[in-house]
Design a protein around this ligand. Structure first.
Ligand SMILES: Nc1nc2c(ncn2[C@@H]2O[C@H](COP(=O)(O)OP(=O)(O)OP(=O)(O)O)[C@@H](O)[C@H]2O)c(=O)[nH]1
Ligand SMILES: [Mg+2]
Length: 698
């Protein structure tokens, strides 16, 4: 593969709702460009970009991947991204290193939930974009209806620069409204294209559509507007230039028509990418000067200091770590040593590679604007800047916090270490998962963006690292506390033969505010307990309080004051006072009106306003307290505080209630006393579990 410079590179992220045909489109472009010798199909698991076992098995993209094609002397770097909500942060990472986006829309469904989310993300990065109206060959596919939904969602700047020839099953090509030429394709998947004059039945529609396009382009540019008024129309050249400008200014979103599966309209799409979308050279590279701590802007040129941004990492059990980056400035050379500016470490680059899905193609160097990869870096992770020392640092990407956790149980005993090892590797490639040990429940937790995300992570663990776990909803980390002040005495005494044991203490126990945990105050006046034994009383209480009183959860937010006690010259020792502490604690608890605390979450629900009523009703039934409501556009944000225990099944609920249009986020807020009925259930469950454990031990 030849090395390209920025002016002849187009970096394009393919985004959109799941199932709109992004992966299939990439497959068709790669086939038409001769990069692969057969047209890969998602349904056969033969596409370039869905190569991971999980992707093949599920027929969905779960992770962004890159491919490249040579088209009209230009290198197209295509980044295929997932459409599923759980994996959208990967689309964001891809957009971060792309110079333009193809927003793929299903011609039958029109705009869908993730189309809107993808669009918002493309806005975040202010990228020029095309709408690719795909699956035009399907029954009930319609340009008119889709355009209506697109314009409702994204405004009238969405405008066709092609119209289809033939409908549904008979879809066989497109009219390019700029050149007013017809391109028809064979339907055997080979993509053989014939260029010709307009068929009679579409000529009229094409003329009307072209007029609308010309007007839109003229509107977006003053100089063109004048020409348009003078001449009554625009020349083809003027139209091309006007479109190029309008696309860059995000004032025009051109729409093209395709069928990725039938390989129709794909070559015309590739032409459009080359003609209209910005080259990598147009990007202004932004970062901070690490020394001056000031923002710097640079041109994308291959001379001068090198810099690259790491946008993704893949944990391959065989090839090791694969680091994917975009060269931002300068030139990276194979077999050289580079500097990781983020970590202040040096890294040895081995082979530089281009990734055609999973296939690695070696190149001697990569120039500014290109996207490539390198294997086996030691310290470099996603978000890092590789750059000549102290020249530039790129902003890191913020990944979303996990919204859902499951508890993991190893299928075979002793696999814990393998689990954490493989999770650590997977975390490198997916910064949106977290694993942790709950200090209280002792469970190993896996947290992620949703149920599917967690399931896929577990499946990857099994396939790649051979580690199997069972998933179950996590235990709720309840706590116990007291509500009344009491005093109690604890006496431990054993005097049967030989050396005896004796310890005696009196404590005062009082409630403290939430979050205060546990305090121990030594308030003994005089020597009723010798100094050296007093810490033993505290130790005894500490150990017991962590084992709980009502249902086995730690007792928190109380103070114990040691006020009195007795000791024996010979029989008293540390152990005796520890025991005395325990007894006093239990005695005090029995009268301190203990109660159970449950964790409360701050929840934010985001959904189309039509669902607001239902969702609030549902939150109420989950013992939630609505604390605020806000509308943005057609969307409503509901804020509420809801007990964690009621949120375990929320993902399924919100997905089914809103047809996948709603999403939510939650984080821990505080602990609160659980209602009496709930407490009874918690206590009963704890007893049942204890019974089981006892049985197991037998
Ligand atoms: N009829 C028809 N089917 C298509 C077309 N493009 C894709 N498909 C089918 O639609 C399904 C989804 O296609 P994909 O390419 O996997 O869609 P995607 O957008 O990549 O989906 P995610 O990876 O989940 O985001 C597959 O069964 C494809 O065969 C098309 O142009 N026409
Ligand atoms: Mg896909």
């Amino acid at each position: 593969m030849k090395v390209y410079d920025a002016a002849s590179i187009r970096n394009v992220a393919i985004v959109g709702h799941s199932g709109s045909g992004k992966t299939q489109l990439a497959a068709a472009i790669l086939f038409d460009a001769g990069m692969v010798n057969r047209l890969g199909r998602v349904d056969d698991g033969t596409t370039v970009t869905d190569f991971d076992d999980e992707e093949v098995a599920r027929k969905h993209t779960l992770s962004a991947s890159t491919a490249f094609a040579e088209w009209n002397k230009t290198k197209l770097n295509l980044i295929d991204t997932p459409g599923f909500a759980n994996f959208l942060s990967d689309a964001r990472s891809a957009l971060n290193v792309a110079d333009a986006a193809l927003v793929v829309v299903d011609a039958v469904s029109g705009v869908e939930v993730q189309t809107e989310k993808a669009w918002e993300m493309v806005n975040e990065y202010s990228l020029p974009r095309f709408v690719v109206l795909n699956r035009m060959d399907r029954e009930r596919a319609s340009l008119e209806r889709s355009l209506e939904s697109l314009r409702t969602a994204f405004g009238r700047a969405v405008i066709p620069i092609q119209i289809p020839i033939g409908e549904e099953k008979a879809f066989k090509g497109v009219v390019d409204l700029v050149s007013m030429k017809a391109f028809t394709f064979t339907t055997d998947g080979t993509g053989k294209m014939t260029e010709g004059a307009l068929p009679g039945d579409v000529a009229e529609r094409a003329t009307t559509a072209r007029e609308a396009l010309v007007e839109m382009v003229a509107e977006a540019d003053e100089a063109l507007m004048e020409k348009f008024f003078e001449a009554g129309t625009l020349t083809q050249e003027e139209l091309v230039v006007g479109l190029q400008k309008g696309i860059r200014a995000a004032s025009i979103f051109p729409l093209v028509c395709t069928s990725g599966l039938q390989n129709i309209g794909i070559q015309t799409l590739a032409d459009t990418i080359v003609t209209y979308l910005p080259s990598a050279a147009e990007r202004r590279v932004k970062g901070t000067d690490p020394k001056a701590r000031q923002e710097v802007t640079k041109e994308t040129t291959d001379s001068g200091p090198y810099s690259a941004f790491v946008w993704k990492t893949v944990a391959d059990p065989f090839a090791g770590r694969i680091t994917m980056f975009r060269v931002m400035t300068g030139t990276l050379k194979a077999d050289s040593t580079v500097h990781n500016q983020t970590r202040g470490a040096s890294e040895r680059l081995g082979h530089l590679i281009l990734l055609q899905g999973k296939t690695q193609v070696e190149v001697p160097e990569l120039k500014a604007g290109d996207i490539g990869a390198v294997a086996k870096l030691k310290d470099t992770l996603t978000g890092d800047t590789i750059a000549e020392k102290d020249t530039i640092l790129f902003p890191t990407v913020k990944f979303p916090e996990p919204v859902l956790s499951y508890a993991m149980e190893p299928k075979s005993r002793g696999d814990e270490e393998k689990i954490s090892g493989s999770l650590q590797r997977l975390q490198e490639e997916d910064p949106t998962i977290r694993s942790s040990r709950d200090t209280q429940t002792k469970e190993l937790l896996l947290s992620g963006q949703g149920q599917l995300h967690i399931e896929v992570t577990v499946a990857k663990m099994k396939r790649r690292f051979g580690v199997e776990v069972n998933l179950k909803p996590p235990k709720i980390p309840y706590r116990e506390t007291i509500t009344a002040t009491t005093e109690a005495q604890g006496r431990h005494k054993k005097q049967t033969g030989g050396h005896g044991q004796f310890g005696d203490c009196t404590i005062k126990m009082e409630p403290l505010p939430r979050g205060a945990d546990f305090e121990f105050v030594d308030d003994i006046f005089g020597g009723s307990i010798p100094q050296q034994f007093r810490p033993a009383v505290e130790k005894g209480i500490q150990e017991t309080r962590l084992r709980g009183y009502l249902a086995g959860y730690p007792v928190v937010d109380f103070r114990v004051t040691l006020i009195d006690g007795k000791f024996h010259q010979v029989d008293s020792n540390e152990l005796s006072f520890k025991m005395a502490g325990r007894i006093a604690f239990k005695e005090a608890m029995s009268r301190a009106r203990p109660t159970i605390l449950e964790p409360i979450m701050n929840v934010e629900v985001y959904a189309p306003s039509d669902f607001a009523g239902d969702l609030m009703g549902d939150l109420n039934s989950r013992r939630g307290r609505i604390s605020g409501m806000d509308t943005r556009g057609g969307m409503t944000v509901i804020k509420a505080q809801v007990p964690m225990a009621e949120m375990l099944t929320y993902e399924q609920q919100i997905t089914s209630a809103t047809g996948g249009r709603g999403s939510y986020h939650m984080e821990y807020s505080h602990y609160e006393e659980a209602p009496a009925v709930i407490q009874q259930k918690i206590i009963a469950a704890a007893k049942a579990e204890k019974g089981e454990e006892a049985e197991e031990e037998v």
